[in-house]
Design a protein around this ligand. Structure first.
Ligand code: NFS
Ligand code: SF4
Length: 653
């Protein structure tokens, strides 16, 4: 992993040679990046890091002294437990709202498409449309696809309100899980409702019982996983196609010196999908040629990139921490953004080059960027306009400043639940048999972001390697998927890196040991697959040899995902400390007590070797309880010593 280009500092910040090279350039040229700003923020606020600060009202802001010497109560009387729980509840509401609002945008466009009010969108997977309609009770007999789509859009729109009182896709969860949620009073009733109620409860003087607050936080998260995110995934599949295995490429090497390069950054495939189509327009390609380029190259970043890679095989330039570095190649004509995870700093970095930052969502404007208001009613025309702006910018490119480091790495994407079951011959049986025999010990979803507090991608890669070596199948989404793609884990040949059991299964099916399931809203695919496996075996999800991991998470959305995954019965290991350690009671509940309630909990383990060991032990315990062959997991003699970890962060182990 050592880069000949990278200096010592760059090598500490990221394990990727292309990123190291660009960090060096940024330093030389005095361009500020996320790592410089993290350094400038030191020391970061200790109260906030522990979750012990509150600014929920104007009697505050308040903080609790973690050492017991200073104030133990806010002005209103709230103690550490209430403050930490309220803060976490609000974090989860913000994350759930982000996914769910993205889902609503897809849903509204889907409805408008069905009514013929859009350009550039159509029904790509009618079979899935009809399957979904049947599932949620929308009539399909004798109805045209458009009529079915209108019915489905109306039914799902009701999931956002409070009228229906439950969510359409909740029926996918095993019966035992639904009964448990009902007993705990955490069955989500409406997506908007749970988020609004979370904000209400965390207003001063409402929910002053941390257990009660956190139970509602789980309900809010469930409205994301089985609601907003699932709607986003399923309707995107209907409109843009249900992913099937596809080959693509990843890292900064996907940029082309001889072409107009457009990077699509953000999350919602509504925009990127029509941009990909517009980039194939012969007239625009001709325009590019007339300016001296050989063509138009669309590449992805973050989850928009995942959406395009999964369905169209569009190459991926990088994950979260690459968004500034991709600009420093000097090779981008435009970075087109919608929303979420887009650093405001990209506008400043782009100013050093000819690159245009084009914002498109009226919800997400960037001072200094060019705003083209995206409206699906004129999707195709607006996409043409944006691609034209990018092509015209090619004339301003300074070719002497173009530096594209590295060669692209091949990666495979496209493992929707349908594709996985399809590869297995239409039923979960072969996978269940492989798990039952012990060839595959279990499966782990490695998900989430990059965080500049950790060397970029290191934890994703080390954890994944240790899992596949030990015959644990790894499912990836979001920026974790990109990290694994760059590491070469996501091609069928990577089966050679796996243990003998997983290797034989992958080789028989021609699949990688690390399966790309999509963007972060597509974590809904992970829980849907878990539910399908549980149903097949006639058990609840928490009985399965599964785990989740978010080794490098940073965002509020990641907290929402972790929470609905845990509430669905899958224990999740976090590599970065959440801001809860100011309340031993909250930590005790999330990292302990929750296990007795929902059959899963959170674990915080920054060391990937330790995390892998912990997960493997959990998987073997689940196997034993299911009556399957199990082994005792002993620490790998070659495992490096656990890294120095702040006191209090090792919980649940
Ligand atoms: Ni997920 Fe995707 Fe990446 Fe994290 Fe951001 S892009 S929605 S939040 S950083 S994985
Ligand atoms: Fe302080 Fe209570 Fe107001 Fe929070 S809600 S700022 S703890 S007075």
């Amino acid at each position: 992993m050592s880069g000949s280009n990278g200096n010592g500092r760059a090598r500490r910040l990221t394990i990727n040679e292309d990123a190291q090279a660009m960090i060096d350039v940024a330093r030389r040229e005095g361009i500020e990046t996320v790592w410089d700003r993290l350094e400038a923020q030191q020391p970061q606020c200790g109260y906030c890091a522990l979750g012990l600060s509150c600014r929920n009202c104007a009697m505050g802001p308040c903080r609790i002294d973690p050492f017991g010497e200073g104030p133990q109560k806010g002005v209103c009387g709230a103690g550490a437990d209430v403050i930490v729980a309220r803060n976490l509840g609000r974090t989860i509401a913000a994350g759930s709202s982000s996914h769910s609002d993205h889902g609503r945008d897809i849903l509204e466009t889907f409805g408008a498409m069905a009514r013929g009010d859009t350009t550039g969108y159509q029904i790509a997977d009618e079979a899935k449309l009809r399957r979904l309609a049947d599932e949620v009770g929308v009539p399909t007999e004798g109805q045209t696809a458009q009529e079915v789509a209108i019915g489905l859009a109306d039914a799902l729109l009701d999931d956002y309100g409070t009228k229906k009182g439950s969510l359409s896709f909740i029926g996918r969860a095993p019966e035992a899980r639904r009964a448990l949620w009902a007993e705990l009073g955490i069955t989500p009733r409406g997506i908007d409702r749970e988020n609004v109620e979370m904000l209400h409860r965390t207003h001063m003087g409402v929910d002053n019982d941390y257990v009660n607050t956190l139970l509602h936080a789980l309900r809010t998260a469930l409205s994301d996983g089985w609601g907003g995110s699932m709607i986003a995934t399923e309707l995107s599949d209907v409109m843009f196609g249900t992913p099937a295995p596809v080959m693509s490429e990843v890292n900064l090497g996907v940029l082309r010196t001889d072409q107009v390069n457009i990077a699509m950054h953000g999350h919602n495939p509504l925009l990127s999908d029509v941009i990909v189509a517009a980039a194939q327009d012969p007239e625009l390609i001709e325009l590019a040629r007339s300016l001296g380029a050989t063509g138009i190259n669309v590449v992805g970043l973050c989850c928009t990139g995942n959406e395009m890679l999964m369905r169209r095989g569009v190459p991926m330039a990088g994950n979260h921490l690459m968004q500034e570095l991709v600009l420093i190649t000097g090779a981008l004509e435009a970075m087109v953004v919608d929303y979420q995870c887009i650093m405001p700093s990209i506008v400043d970095v782009a100013k050093c080059y000819h690159t245009k930052i084009i914002s498109t969502s009226d919800k997400a404007k960037f001072t200094g960027a060019t705003h083209v208001s995206f409206d699906p009613q004129h999707g195709a025309e607006i996409a043409q306009q944006i691609v034209r702006m990018a092509v015209e910018a090619y004339a301003d490119r300074n070719h002497e400043r173009v530096r594209i480091p590295g060669k692209p790495v091949r990666m495979m994407g496209g493992f929707s639940v349908e594709a996985i079951l399809g590869a297995l011959g239409g039923t979960p049986k072969p996978l269940v048999d492989a798990i039952a025999s012990g060839a595959i010990r279990g499966a782990v979803a490695v998900v989430g972001c990059n965080n500049p507090k950790l060397p970029q991608d290191l934890e994703h890669i080390e954890l994944t390697q240790r899992l596949i070596e030990n015959d644990v199948l790894v499912l990836v989404t979001g920026c974790a998927a990109v990290a694994n793609g760059k590491a070469g884990h996501m091609v069928p040949e990577a089966a050679a890196m796996a243990g003998p059991g997983l290797r034989s299964v992958c080789e028989a099916l021609g699949i990688p040991p690390v399966l790309h399931m999509g963007s972060c809203v597509d974590n809904s695919r992970v829980i849907a697959l878990a539910a399908a496996l549980a149903d097949y075996l006639g058990v609840d999800i928490d009985k399965l040899p599964l785990a989740g991991a978010a080794p490098e998470w940073y965002s509020e959305k990641a907290v929402a995902i972790g929470s609905y995954v845990v509430a669905s019965g899958i224990t999740t290991v976090l590599g970065v400390q959440p801001a809860i350690f100011g309340s031993p009671n909250v930590v005790g509940l999330l990292a302990g007590g929750l296990d007795d309630v929902v059959g899963a909990k959170f674990v915080v383990e920054p060391d990937p070797a330790e995390a892998a060991l912990w997960i493997r032990r959990l998987i073997e315990d689940k196997r034993r309880d299911l009556g399957l062959p199990f082994t005792e997991v002993v620490a790998d003699a070659l495992a490096p010593a656990a890294s120095a970890t702040p006191v209090g962060s090792r919980t649940g182990a």
